[in-house]
Design a protein around this ligand. Structure first.
Ligand SMILES: [Zn+2]
Length: 98
């Protein structure tokens, strides 16, 4: 089987947009899934993915992105503090010249 994209499916490889449906089987009753409208039972040509599995991937990818943004924010904050200190030094130097 072709490797499935991470996170929520939006489009099947056939080009059709996937739809969100609720399982009615006794094993998975009420469980959400994204599926290609052209998919038939047992046919893996068209897209199918459990929505809870997609959500786990989406959350993992989002937390990874938040970690990256957090790191960048910390570096910016340190840079800003260094600039503020430099401005203080320059201001004192300027006042001594006046
Ligand atoms: Zn399809």
């Amino acid at each position: 089987m072709e490797k499935q994209r991470r996170g929520f499916l939006t489009r099947c490889r056939c080009g059709e947009s996937v739809v969100l449906q609720t399982s009615g089987t006794s094993k998975n009753r009420g469980r959400l899934f994204h599926v290609c409208p052209f998919r038939k039972e047992g046919d893996w040509t068209h897209a199918f993915k459990w929505t809870d599995m997609s959500m786990v991937e989406e959350l993992k990818d989002l937390t990874d992105k938040v970690d990256i943004i957090d790191g960048a924010s910390m570096r910016l904050h340190k840079g800003l503090k260094a600039c503020e200190s430099e401005i203080d030094v320059l201001t004192i130097g300027l006042q001594e010249l006046l």
